[in-house]
Design a protein around this ligand. Structure first.
Ligand code: HEC
Ligand code: HEC
Length: 373
């Protein structure tokens, strides 16, 4: 009886396996625990996962035998007979993935691919950023976000089952499968089911070249696409009169933040403007009102432009900060922060949002100013 450990998991797959785990856990933590500005890191990790999946596809075609799809993708009959063999206490031994494990690998890879794709779609429609921003509406981005979250939940369930499967097999076969994914070796038992015929040799050079070509071309296509203007975000000319008159006491609010009817109300009541006198000459007043109304008519498909006007309180139609969406997004910020000298009130959006004047409100551009002591 020969018990010489055989190298089963090559170095490429072991690096892939643990790096993928680290990236997935990191991506999950950045959105579940981090501030919104960590969304940028989340996106970088997501693109990294996408690149790793492309490599895994080629390694499944040209890698060493136990990593090839041809070696472990089996039909339902083999899967069931393997699961049955576990129940009878005489488990079939496989040197690579067993048939049930093979199903899990394919499911994990496909779901992860869906997570990455729906993530890029969310980024495009919901946050108006990245390669799909020129093509997706806000509504489509919201749907993509729901799909993204659903797929992540499915991924968590699959990952749980995968770990459970590894533990069950380790106990039944009395060998530590987790450790073998670190050193790559498995004990060779005589009852291992051998691969059919002589195993083909790995082609690491070929896999690396093909994966790099696909990643580089896809990556540059995405880069150039993300430079295009986002769908539903018109280029709005700067209005010096508006900035001068309406930017004197607070951020000159972007026209997309209120509907035309609210802007008309604001402009009709400037002599008693939230307790202040913000009166203008009639000529100025009319010019600004016309500009605001025309600017809203351009149509704004941004998150702020869609969600704030849609959730205004009917009793408070002029207050951006009274909209349900605004209140929900800012409820974690303590009142004294808004009252501080550095912020100067809730209406001073640009104190915390670098792109407030453009109406962007990107989650990547949020920072609460800190006092220098
Ligand atoms: C003299 C100072 C002053 C000027 C000038 C001024 N505002 Fe205001 N504005 C205020 C104050 C004060 C508030 C209330 C802020 C608060 O309650 O935090 C306010 C609030 C607002 C709000 C509601 C923001 C919110 O909290 O949701 C809008 C919209 C607004 N102003 C538009 C304008 C426009 C348009 C102009 C130019 C025509 C203008 N303001 C000029 C002082 C001013
Ligand atoms: C004191 C700082 C501060 C001020 C002032 C402020 N915000 Fe924010 N805003 C934040 C923070 C922090 C978040 C992120 C909250 C979170 O998700 O944890 C946020 C989130 C948002 C978002 C959601 C961004 C996203 O994609 O999730 C929008 C839109 C927004 N703010 C609009 C506004 C507008 C409009 C104003 C002015 C009327 C304003 N904010 C004033 C700090 C501020």
């Amino acid at each position: 009886m020969t018990n010489k450990p055989a190298l089963v998991w090559d170095i490429e797959i072991r690096i892939f396996h643990w790096l993928l785990l680290a990236f997935v856990v990191g991506a999950w933590m950045t959105v579940e625990m981090g501030p919104p500005s960590l969304l940028g890191l989340h996106e970088v990790l997501g693109f990294g996962i996408g690149a790793m999946l492309i490599f895994r596809l080629f390694w499944g075609l040209f890698g060493s035998w136990h990593q090839r799809f041809a070696s472990f993708v089996r039909g339902p009959v083999s899967v069931l007979s393997h699961l049955k063999s576990l129940l009878t206490g005489k488990p079939q031994r496989f040197i690579g993935h067993n048939p049930a494990g093979g199903v899990m690998i394919v499911a994990l890879l496909l779901v992860l691919l869906g997570v990455v794709a729906s993530g890029i779609a969310t980024m495009g429609g919901f946050d108006k950023a990245g390669p799909l921003a020129p093509y997706l509406t806000f509504a489509q981005g919201r749907q993509a976000k729901e799909i993204h979250e659903l797929l992540v939940n499915i991924l968590l369930v699959l990952a749980g089952l995968h770990v459970a499967g590894v533990i069950v097999e380790s106990v039944f076969l009395k060998e530590n499968l987790i450790r073998s994914m670190i050193h790559g070796r498995k004990e060779a038992h005589p009852d291992f089911i051998a691969p059919p015929g002589p195993p083909p040799v790995a082609r690491p050079g070929l896999a690396a070249v093909l994966a790099s070509l696909v990643v580089a071309s896809l990556g540059s296509a995405m880069f150039y696409s993300s430079l295009k203007p986002a769908l539903g975000v018109p280029m709005l000319g700067h209005n010096p009169q508006y900035v001068k008159e309406c930017g004197a006491c607070h951020t000159p609010h972007h026209p997309s933040l209120l509907p035309a009817s609210s802007w008309k109300l604001v402009m009709a009541g400037l002599s008693d403007h939230f307790g202040d006198d913000a009166s203008l000459t009639e000529g100025n007043r009319q010019e600004i009102e016309t500009w605001l109304v025309k600017a809203t008519e351009l149509g704004w498909d941004t998150k702020a432009g869609q969600r704030i006007p849609a959730t205004l309180k009917p009793a408070d139609p002029m207050r951006i900060t009274a909209s349900t969406f605004w209140e929900r997004r800012h409820r974690k910020i303590p009142e004294p922060v808004f009252k501080s000298k550095l912020v100067g009130g809730k209406a001073n959006c640009q104190a915390c949002h670098v792109d407030a004047v453009r109406g962007g409100f990107s989650p990547l551009g949020i920072a609460i100013p800190e006092e220098i002591k």
